[in-house]
Design a protein around this ligand. Structure first.
Ligand code: GDP
Ligand code: MG
Length: 831
């Protein structure tokens, strides 16, 4: 842990089902790391004697620390400071579900490199793209594993050239994203197969290769330079065996076709091994083994067919060595990475002592530790905070400040001062207590979950700001109300809901004003998994649930034609307001954290005026974002020379949080609204302008201005990615149309000879329930469907339309509100 130059913290990212977990588990099992709880025996800890408790605890495996010794030949390829040939790679698996994208991006922050797994047939998909973009923005470097190569080579009927073309396309797609989002100042972040930053693997069968691996072997055999050889093994390079010359053309002088070097020297070799094993006598196999320099044990000699092939490939192309070597050579150590990551992690305060500690990865600096999520024990009774030490050293008993996401420097909000209860290494399915852990490492902490819901900063510095880790936020658009079947089980259910929201950051559990328990998530299927988990593990009581329903947003479509007025209950204070729509670009920038309320007002104003054409003076006078001080609605002070104005600011902010969380028509959240405070008339006596007077007035003024600005609902839309055989196309289009779907693009996959095509469609979430099973059924199980929340869409009709009125009444009824439309007179006063 102290030898930080020789650590690599690496997340495994990629589309669901492309084989991330299989690969991580294969690597872990080669390294002897337990990935499932052992039945007997205890863990290997020797640090304390009083931690017997830990022996029994198993966790959901997330982190796999893998040890690796680099070959002497390869040490020279490591282009950064290192110390000896022994390396430790902390592999962090990301959660599997499509709906869990936010969790996957949150996990990135504690690592410096990303191992991106891409299915070699499916190529780059939506989720892969999003996560890669997030990684690059946080200055986390990628390497690529083109996976399931066994499937492509042995099962499909692709030619080697087909395979090459599809690999090439994947590499190019990745490099396009890298060019757009990668930080130029970090040098070349592109991936290059010939340099070994792309591996080709079968995670399932446990073998993998890079081009340098083959190049090294050929270089030794033919006595040529290894790098020159590697360069020939990718791209348009052909070897003419008649003339013994390399060429860039795929035809000879006399017009004969040449095969690409990659196909001949790499893919054909693997095909040949497979043919020999599957179709030949043992004698031939033995002769081949001598050539390959692969030795088998007597037991292995007994094997035949596929198991024998797998064993030979494991030895000839050892997945562990290949991938670890790739990580060590192409990914940065914490020392290298933190030098530039500090600019993102601590961007606004780069001259402070905490920034220096992070930049230097200094174990003696102030403690700066980022907690990305909670890892539950198998029985969900304990939660380990999974974190990364960026500066200082965390140790048992150390008194620290735990700063939640709401903490603002020098204030007391969302801050706890506590001692560290226990520091543990997470090793596959087990935890292992340690005394301390220095900067650069990934670590688990017990007891933190009482103070942090999911993520936060832990520090010893009283002046530390929160570490900034970009996180796509979850939009919990699909909801279900739950109660226990037996009323006496209610306390258990409440406790279970707390456990559920801790163990899975992408599910929100909360209690509505009417006392109902609501579980919200970004997808129907994920929600179902959550409820199962709630019933079986977290609460362990039978539960009753409502049908799923979705969230809407309330917004305005025009600027208010008039200024509205609301008077305070005592009639002594007056507030004048106008509403206006906020552009989609600004709303999204607020939602994804690009524009953040906690940012320095000047810097924020600069971004708003430079990028989004705001008036700079107005941009500096934003009073509040809402809801939760971070939502996509803003309150702007447009007044001129009003006395006592600063005194009512806090009250208006409080009101703004409330109105944006529960808007006027159906108490849904607001979105994309801007409210301008035009004028304020205040009573001179302070007693008569307290927050009790101001909050309700501000709320009424906001609602009134909203009602006169052509309000509308927005509904959530999914981007649905469907892969189906050509002939099922018509059926699928039929289903999409009945669900108000809109086809976005139709991508034929000409690079594979199978006639699978890919369709992307927008479908309203409201129409999406059961879509996946309907598509599967209609296509005889052949459709592969993935949906992610994509955007909010303005609904077609205004609030007076009967359809909208019905929707409003349905929501109001569910929420236990009065079944009538709000009236403007309730909120607006006359002069
Ligand atoms: P994840 O969602 O990315 O973690 O994917 P998983 O590791 O759960 O794998 C998804 C499916 O792909 C499983 O059915 C695996 O057995 C299969 N799979 C994973 N790796 C490979 C591979 O290298 N070759 C083949 N043929 N199948 C694989
Ligand atoms: Mg997985």
């Amino acid at each position: 842990m102290e030898n930080v130059t020789n650590i690599r913290n690496v997340s495994v990212i990629g589309q669901v089902n492309h084989g991330k977990s299989t690969l991580a588990n294969t690597l872990a099992s080669i390294a002897g790391i337990p990935t499932t709880p052992r039945v007997e025996g205890s863990c290997c800890s020797t640090v304390n004697d009083d931690n017997e408790k830990d022996y029994d605890i198993t966790i959901k495996p997330v982190v796999f620390p893998l040890y690796f010794n680099v070959n002497e030949d390869d040490v020279g390829d490591i282009q950064q400071k290192s110390n000896g040939s022994a390396f430790m790679i902390n592999l962090v698996d990301s959660p599997g579900h499509v709906d869990l994208l936010p969790e996957a991006t949150a996990a990135l922050g504690i690592t410096d490199g990303a191992l991106m797994v891409v299915d070699c047939i499916e190529g780059i998909c939506h989720q892969t793209e999003v996560v890669l973009r997030q990684a690059l923005i946080q200055r986390i470097n990628p390497v690529i594993v083109i996976n399931k190569i066994d499937h492509a080579i042995f099962l499909s009927h692709h030619s080697t050239e087909d395979l090459y073309q599809s690999f090439k396309q994947t590499v190019e797609s990745v490099n396009t994203i890298v060019t757009i989002y990668g930080d130029k100042s970090l040098g070349d972040l592109m991936i290059h197969p010939e340099k070994g930053s792309v591996a080709f693997a079968s995670g399932l069968q446990g073998w993998a290769f890079t081009i340098p691996l083959f190049a090294d072997r050929y270089a030794k055999k033919f006595g040529v330079d290894r790098q020159k050889m590697a360069a020939k093994l990718w791209g348009d390079n052909y070897f003419n065996s008649a003339t013994k010359k390399w060429t860039k053309q795929n035809t000879t002088a006399d017009g004969k076709l040449l095969e690409r070097a990659f196909n001949v020297f790499i893919l054909d070799v693997i095909f040949k091994i497979s043919n020999t094993v599957m179709n030949n006598t043992m004698d031939n196999v033995l002769a081949m083994l001598v050539k390959l320099q692969v030795e088998l044990t007597p037991d292995e000699m007994e094997l035949q067919g596929k198991p024998l092939l797998k064993t030979i490939l494991n030895k000839y192309l050892p997945v562990g060595d290949v991938l670890m070597r790739m990580a060590v050579i192409h990914l940065p150590s914490p020392i290298t990475a933190q030098q530039h990551r500090v600019n993102v992690l601590y961007e606004d305060h780069l001259d402070e002592e905490c920034a220096t500690g992070i930049r230097d990865c200094n174990p003696n600096g102030p403690l700066m530790l980022y907690v990305s999520r909670m890892v539950p024990s198998s029985d969900k009774r304990h939660f380990y905070a999974l974190g990364r030490v960026f500066s200082g050293t965390v140790r048992y008993g150390l008194s620290v400040r735990i700063q939640g996401p709401g903490y603002v420097s020098k204030k007391k909000n969302d801050l706890f001062v506590k001692s560290i209860e226990r520091v543990v290494l997470l090793t596959g399915a087990y935890v292992q207590p340690v005394e301390s852990c220095p900067a650069g490492n990934i670590i688990g902490l017990l007891g933190i979950d009482q103070f942090l819901l999911q993520s936060g900063t832990i520090t010893t510095s009283e002046t530390a700001h929160n570490l900034k880790v970009i996180k796509t936020s979850v939009t919990p658009i699909v909801q279900i109300t739950v109660e226990s079947k037996d009323p006496s089980h209610m306390p258990k259910l409440v406790e279970g809901l707390k456990r559920l929201s801790k163990s899975d950051p992408s599910v929100h559990c909360y209690t509505s004003d009417t006392g109902e328990h609501i579980v919200a998530s970004c997808g129907e299927i994920h929600l179902e998994d959550c409820l199962k988990d709630l019933e079986e593990n977290c609460a362990q009581v039978p539960i009753q649930k409502s049908n799923p329903y979705i969230q809407y947003r309330e917004t305005v479509t025009i600027e208010s034609p008039d200024t509205v007025l609301a008077k305070s209950p005592n009639k002594h204070n007056r507030l004048f307001l106008r509403a206006a729509p906020l552009t989609e670009e600004v709303s999204r920038a607020i939602e994804d954290g690009t524009i953040h309320f906690n940012a320095e007002p000047k810097a924020r104003a600069h971004v708003l005026s430079e990028k989004y054409e705001w008036d700079n003076t107005e941009a500096r006078k934003i009073w509040s974002f809402g809801p939760n001080n971070s939502g996509p609605n803003v309150l702007v002070d447009m007044t001129k020379g009003v006395p006592y104005l600063q005194e009512i600011k806090d009250a208006c902010r409080t009101a703004f949080q409330w109105v944006t969380r529960e808007s006027v028509f159906a108490q849904e959240e607001m979105r994309a609204c801007r409210f301008n405070v035009m004028d304020v008339c205040m009573f001179s006596d302070a007693i008569h302008r307290g927050s009790g007077q101001i909050i309700p007035t501000c709320r009424r003024a906001v609602f009134a201005s909203m009602m006169i600005s052509e309000p509308r609902f927005m509904e959530p839309m999914y981007l649905v990615d469907i892969r189906i055989p050509m002939d099922a196309m018509e059926v699928v289009y039929g289903i999409i149309t009945t669900r108000r779907g809109q086809v976005l693009s139709e991508i034929n996959c000409p690079r594979t000879t199978t006639s699978i095509c890919r369709v992307q469609v927008y479908v309203p979430v409201a129409e999406s329930f059961g879509l996946m099973s309907e598509l599967r059924e209609a296509t005889g199980g052949q459709a592969s469907v993935q949906s992610v929340f994509d955007h909010w869409k303005m609904m077609q009709f205004g609030m007076d339309h009967p359809d909208t009125q019905k929707l409003i009444m349905d929501i109001r009824e569910r929420k236990g509100l009065k079944l009538e439309m709000p009236k403007l007179e309730t909120f607006q006063d006359r002069l």
